[in-house]
Write a protein that binds this ligand. Structure first.
Ligand code: ZN
Length: 495
């Protein structure tokens, strides 16, 4: 399977015009959503909500149009892969009644409001009825796909097309079996110290820009702005917007920036032949997250990377880093400890937070767990996976926004990204024997080019399982990630 042969000239001009319109509506939605989080004054929210809903309705109407279906039938001979990928979007959109989509969207906004109130009161009971309604609706969504083996499959398919609950369950089983004992071994070691001292924001932003320019951030086609919750938005291949949030007392903003630039490099690296076909973006959330995590963790927390960058950091932050050597720096940016909060979790415990949510989601969708029993089930799994007690709903079941908006099936993609990142990292080192030496010299070009060739350029043309197969020579496999973590943290913590 290859995207090399894609030639838009072989498509009916009526089809390319329709695909161009769909691309433009998507582009508009991305710009409006980016602006909402970065530029818009707070009072603009309600009007922006209307504008986004209109764009999304227009996009949906054009996507389900029977004329598009007929043109895709014709295109199946000239450009089979293009036709197949867009046919899939068209079919999925047609299966779900507009009335159900509208109910889900309304229940999502109601759920978000109830979640905010429940957080205010630190009381899950305030949110429970709204969550119950969201679960009911996602189960109805699943029923639109009666051929699915498991009711969770159609939910997962929205974010990770072609992957099933059975596959995720098997993958996570192996991850759990590796991570839980590693985590408890590390938790028995004495706690490690984070940096003492400051990292002034202005200097972090400057060196952050130097670092991401070495990754491939090009001011001609990219922007960097501040946002409360860092994210990346890509209206087009040459219009990539990343955000970060720097903090004087830690380097988390710097790692968040590398993470978001990893997402941006994916969208920027799509084959130009796919532009305006709607296939010029990332194929799934899991594959997307493999790109961000690879740059953030496998590159950004490695001794090779800091061999080049630590002396430059010392120039910027002499007061804090004057007496910190490479080993000390690497220990300080790789502290592992069990935590209650997913977004604060380290490289080892992160996937356990995800597996916990996945297992609970699965039980909610299957109907074997009642929403009223969720906080207790949450607490039991936290104890089992991470050995910690959950003191209240806010630091437990109310911490994530996803369920409030009726988003189920999303969480697994975070851990799929970590698993795939380690597989790609291993494959890249096999293909580029001098990679570690290059990274130690601050040269990141060969890695970027390799990722572009294996992942980025394909856009949404191949399905995620096909893409993964051609990139790493097999399906998702937790072994490289577990081996990486055991080796790295075994040495750091003297296990
Ligand atoms: Zn991400």
């Amino acid at each position: 399977m290859s995207s090399r042969s894609v030639d838009r000239a072989r498509l009916d001009p009526r089809l390319t015009e329709r695909l161009g319109e769909l691309t433009d509506l998507g582009h508009t939605g991305h710009v409006l959503a980016w602006d909402q989080q970065v530029m818009m004054p707070a009072a603009g929210g309600p009007a922006r909500g209307e504008a986004l809903a209109t764009i999304s309705r227009l996009h949906h109407d054009r996507l389900v149009a029977p004329e598009l279906g007929a043109l895709l039938d014709e295109a199946a001979v000239a450009e089979p892969l293009v036709a197949r990928a867009i046919r899939r979007d068209h079919d999925v959109a047609r299966r779900v009644p507009g009335e159900l989509t509208a109910q889900m969207s309304r229940a999502g906004s109601d759920g978000y409001a109830a979640w905010l109130q429940a957080r205010e009161a630190n009381d899950f009971a305030v949110f429970e009825p709204a969550l119950r309604r969201n679960i009911e609706l996602v189960r109805r969504y699943s029923e639109c796909f009666p051929e699915a083996e498991h009711p969770y499959d159609p939910l997962l398919d929205r974010y990770e097309p072609g992957t099933t609950a059975a596959q995720v369950t098997a993958l996570f089983q192996r991850l759990r079996e590796g991570l839980v004992p590693l985590m408890s071994q590390i938790a028995m070691q004495p706690a490690r110290q984070a940096f003492t001292g400051d990292f002034p924001v202005a200097a972090q932003r400057e060196i952050g820009l130097e670092i991401v320019q070495s990754m491939g951030f090009d001011p001609e086609a990219w922007r960097l702005d501040d946002a409360v919750h860092p994210f990346a938005a890509s209206p087009a291949r040459c219009d990539i917007r990343v955000t970060s949030r720097f903090d004087d007392h830690s380097l988390t903003g710097l790692f968040a920036l590398m993470h978001e630039v990893g997402h941006g490099l994916y969208e920027h690296g799509v084959d130009p032949a796919l532009e305006r076909t709607t296939l010029d973006s990332g194929v799934s959330l899991g594959v997307h997250e493999s790109q961000s995590r690879l740059w953030e963790n496998l590159v950004g927390r490695s001794p090779e990377f800091w061999t080049h960058w630590l002396p430059r950091m010392r120039d910027r932050f002499p007061l804090t880093l004057r007496d910190v050597d490479l080993d000390g720096f690497i220990r300080a940016i790789n502290i592992v400890r069990p935590t209650l909060i997913r977004v604060e979790a380290d490289e080892v415990s992160y996937a356990l937070h995800v597996i916990l949510r996945y297992e609970l989601e699965l039980a909610l969708v299957e109907g074997t767990l009642d929403t009223a029993d969720l906080p207790a089930a949450w607490a039991a799994k936290m104890k089992q996976f991470l050995g910690v007690d959950v003191p209240d709903d806010l630091s437990g079941v109310l911490q994530d926004i996803h369920w409030s908006e009726g988003v189920l099936g999303y969480f697994p993609t975070y851990a799929i990204g970590n698993v795939l990142a380690a597989q790609l990292w291993r494959a890249a080192h096999a293909d580029i024997p001098e990679l570690a030496a290059e990274i130690s010299r601050g040269e990141l070009g060969a890695l970027r080019v390799w990722l572009r060739e294996k992942i980025h350029r394909h856009g949404r043309l191949l399905s995620p399982p096909e893409l993964i197969e051609q990139a790493v020579g097999g399906p998702l496999d937790p072994a490289p990630m577990l081996e990486h973590l055991r080796t790295k943290y075994g040495a750091l913590y003297g296990l």
